[in-house]
Write a protein that binds this ligand. Structure first.
Ligand code: BTX
Length: 319
């Protein structure tokens, strides 16, 4: 109910909404409206109350709790159930537990801070409090487990489109799944799965987005950036998250209906790695050549100077 109230006040940005209109819309008493208004105030909203006029929002804090995420969310099932935590080790861990408890598809776990944020291959993801979007999405696609990596690529396209819709900023993808803004890492995506050899139970897509950080620890300060560093102002995390979830749901529906091909084409159109000369540093050495594209599994196809096509499964890429 509180997210509906918030939605109503936000829809009337700056203008008063009467207590009567709110209580009718929410189907609750004027006293209950007043209690919800007090709760919003406690959460950091500045709300003006005027006799015979009602309530209006004067200041909206940059929060990412269930209320902010749901108010204005335009999806059918992605993000309809939100589990918000102030501080966690990793949202992936909570999502894994919820997935085992059989929560609805599209459930999102989001935290204000992760103290044990996970990257790929055992690496850490720096997730300081109140600055970024640290979220895990639970999906239950009826596809064979081998196709699950395609969802990482789908998520990358959704994130790029969502960020563009919310902020106007253009990001690129660097194979396999780094999302870069002006050459620096803005987003990390980690896909994990619960499956039998022939059946997926859940896919858990972890997305970490640097939104309002002004600085980074020494280890990553040369390679990382945030949306606010590029925009020169703070960015509303809930709006970015809603926009990404809306893009994700559309692309996911397309993927389930028409398969991976349309997603692959969108991914390639955003990937700086494709269509240029690159060096792929693999564990067995460096290969130089022309990046032709990706396969259905997201494997990079690299043509060397002798015309041999190499399938690159894992590598660091230099341009
Ligand atoms: P990755 O392995 O591609 O990236 C990890 C590497 O990126 C680190 O080794 C470090 O060099 C650098 N790095 C760490 N933190 C940041 C940061 N905030 N910004 C830029 N660079 C950084 C990418 O792994 C996958 C990350 C997924 C994170 C999400 S957050 C929600 C969910 N929960 C969770 O524990 N992980 C996922």
């Amino acid at each position: 109910m509180r997210s509906e109230l918030l939605q109503m006040l936000l829809d009337h940005q700056g203008n008063f909404v009467s207590g009567e209109a709110i209580s009718q819309h929410l189907g609750c008493s004027r006293t209950a409206v007043w209690k919800h208004i007090e709760e919003l105030r406690k959460a950091g909203y500045k709300l003006e109350a005027a006799p015979r006029k009602g309530y209006r929002i004067i200041h909206q804090p940059n929060l990412l709790t269930e209320n902010e995420i749901k108010a204005g969310l335009k999806t059918n099932y992605i993000g309809k159930h939100v589990v918000y935590e102030k501080s966690v080790s990793s949202t992936q861990e909570i999502a894994h537990r919820l997935a085992r408890e059989k929560v609805a598809e599209g459930t999102i776990v989001v935290a204000d801070e992760q103290v044990g944020g996970k990257g790929r291959l055992g690496r850490a993801w720096f997730s300081p409090i109140g600055t970024g979007i640290w979220m895990s999405m639970i999906l239950k696609p009826k596809i064979p487990p081998q196709r699950a990596p395609q969802l990482t690529l789908l998520a990358a396209v959704a994130v790029i489109r969502g960020i563009h819709a919310a902020t106007g900023l253009h990001c690129d993808i660097k194979w396999p799944n780094d999302i870069l803004l002006k050459g620096k890492k803005l987003v990390g995506i980690l896909t994990e799965m619960q499956a039998d050899p022939d059946q997926i139970h859940s896919v858990i897509i972890g997305i970490g987005i640097n939104v309002n950080q002004k600085n980074f620890p020494d280890e990553i300060k040369e390679i990382a950036t945030s949306l606010s560093l590029e925009k020169g102002e703070d960015v509303n995390r809930a709006l970015v998250m809603q926009s990404i979830m809306a893009e994700f749901e559309q692309l996911y529906e397309l993927f389930l209906k028409d398969g991976f091909l349309p997603i692959k084409q969108m991914w390639e159109a955003h990937a700086t790695t494709i269509g240029r000369r690159i060096t792929a540093r693999t564990v067995s050495g460096a290969i130089e050549g022309f990046a032709k594209g990706i396969t259905e599994d997201g494997v990079l196809l690299l043509e060397d100077d002798f015309g041999t096509i190499h399938k690159i499964y894992s590598a660091d890429i230099d341009f």
